[in-house]
Design a protein around this ligand. Structure first.
Ligand code: URP
Ligand code: ZN
Ligand code: ZN
Length: 487
């Protein structure tokens, strides 16, 4: 009888800290051995000349999610998970989105019923909390956190989602008590609303004005305010989808002061610019997301933030709306930017494009690549070391990368359910060619090898990073005369 179910030989494993030429023995879905020459496996893969990375973790994606205005994303948990797997991702943490009036239990049950029979890779959920009433925050949320949904997103903008500062304080206090990780969409709602009204009054409805309305100062102000509220209550906070230099600087300043403030950025801020929104006719709608891509100079600064450690997490923010009347053009063929669904797809290209433009160009160290795409998200969201590691005892979630393979990105070649990609024609140098989840070969020879519904739900631990700093000892901060522990 063979010692292992699968042995991968002759490859170089690459983690967030080391690169080693070693074989991997896999048994019962776990990494059972790492070493020079292992015993035989039932199945063997020769990875000579290839890199073996931990399977990626996409910790920000919207799949089979109904938006706050009632639009359904183009991907369900089957097409979304297949697309992610083809891009080297083996764990998804999408959102279970509460609409006002819904109980959190009902929301999670609904998303679970959608995901479990369809997802081909493992998944957990973050909650989106749009109703911060006492019953939701005080009673329902703690129960959800106990059930393994240990992080949640709140919004400072969007009519049907936004929380005011008072509500945000209630949410942060609950997160502090329960040691949950809070993620925030930081844009100043009234600034966006005010500029939007003025632009539309002047007849400026084209897609490019979306980026003017979502001014970077709106992002900066909300980021500063969210950080201030988190500081008041001594609560860790993760600012999601950061697009601008000024918001990044707020995060850096907070980190320099020792606060537990983390940042996430996404492919659209590294590979797209404001010029993409200024394409002919409605083409620019394909690039409308919030916050929007900024100019080239800003793009370089976001790159620097990802490389120098200011950002902790690189996620897709996959929010797929087709370029038709089910998505971007649901309000008609020529909607104003206010009526264009916000979001761009990115599940499949997230890792390959960053690998190509970051690692292969020498701009980004490969260990940093593994960290931001995989290991830090695993740690931040309570999955490490089960996920995000190549270690004995970890789940055998692995992606074998062919660094020589060149792929031209086209909508047709991607596996999501979209009719366009904002990255059409870009060339990726390097691609994950074999993708393994819990020892199962999910993708090989450009084919899907597993059944729908073969991914499993991940009950997540509380994040180490969600622990409050407890720096205000013994009772009161002498500078502010405020003691967060009282609340
Ligand atoms: O434009 C975006 N990012 N849409 C998705 C929803 C969100 O706020 O992340
Ligand atoms: Zn958001
Ligand atoms: Zn999002």
């Amino acid at each position: 009888m063979q010692a292992y179910d699968l042995v991968i030989r002759n490859g170089h494993t690459v983690t967030h800290k080391e690169k080693i030429k070693q074989d991997i023995g896999i048994k019962d879905g776990k990494i059972a051995a790492l070493g020079e020459v292992l015993e035989e496996g039932v199945r063997e893969i020769d990875a000579e000349g290839k890199l073996i990375l931990p399977g990626g973790i996409d910790a920000h994606c919207h799949i089979e999610q109904k938006s706050s205005t009632g639009l359904m994303t183009a991907d369900d948990f089957y097409s979304g998970s297949v697309s992610a797997a083809f891009g080297g991702t083996t764990t998804l943490i999408p959102f279970a989105a509460q609409h006002r009036g819904q109980s959190l239990r009902e929301v999670v049950d609904d998303y679970m019923a959608c995901a479990a029979p369809k997802s081909v890779i493992d998944f957990g959920f973050h909650l989106i909390i749009s109703d911060a009433s006492d019953a939701i925050i005080g009673q329902e949320l703690p129960a959800m956190i106990e059930d393994g949904i240990t992080s949640f997103k709140i919004y400072m903008t969007y009519d049907n989602l936004k929380l005011d500062d008072y509500e945000i304080l209630n949410v942060l206090a609950a997160a502090r008590r329960e040691q949950a990780m809070v993620m925030v969409h930081a844009e100043n709602h009234d600034v966006i609303r005010w500029i939007t009204e003025k632009l539309l009054d002047q007849g400026h409805g084209e897609p490019k004005y979306h980026a003017i309305a979502h001014a970077s100062i709106a992002e900066k102000e909300a980021t500063h305010r969210a950080i201030s509220l988190a500081e008041l209550l001594d609560t860790p906070l993760l600012i999601v989808h950061v697009s601008s230099e000024s918001a990044l600087n707020e995060i850096r300043r907070a980190q320099e002061r020792g606060l537990k403030i983390y940042g996430e950025t996404c492919p659209q801020y590294l590979f797209l610019t404001i010029d993409d929104l200024d394409k002919d006719g409605m083409e620019g709608a394909k690039f409308c997301c919030s916050p929007p891509p900024r100019n080239k100079e800003n793009q370089d600064i976001i790159w620097e933030g990802l490389i120098d450690g200011s950002f902790s997490v690189f996620s897709s923010d996959h929010a797929p709306y087709r370029f038709d009347d089910t998505g971007k053009l649901s309000a008609g063929p020529n909607p104003t930017f206010k009526k264009i669904a916000n979001g761009v797809p990115g599940l499949e290209i997230r890792m390959p494009l960053l690998f190509s433009e970051g690692v292969q160009t020498g701009r980004m160290d490969i260990h940093r690549f593994v960290d931001v795409t995989t290991t830090i998200p695993a740690k931040k969201y309570g999955l490490y070391p089960r996920k995000g590691a190549i270690a004995v005892g970890s789940d055998a979630d692995l992606a074998i990368w062919d660094t020589e393979k060149q792929v031209t990105i086209t909508a047709d070649a991607l596996h999501d359910n979209m009719d366009y990609t904002p990255y059409e024609g870009m060339v990726s140098n390097g691609w994950p060619t074999t993708v393994i989840s819990r020892g199962r070969i999910v993708v090989e020879d450009e084919e899907l090898k597993v059944e729908r519904g073969s991914g499993i739900y991940l009950k997540r631990d509380r994040s180490e990073f969600a622990k409050p700093l407890e720096r205000r000892v013994p009772e009161m901060d002498p500078k502010t005369n405020f003691n967060a522990k009282l609340f």
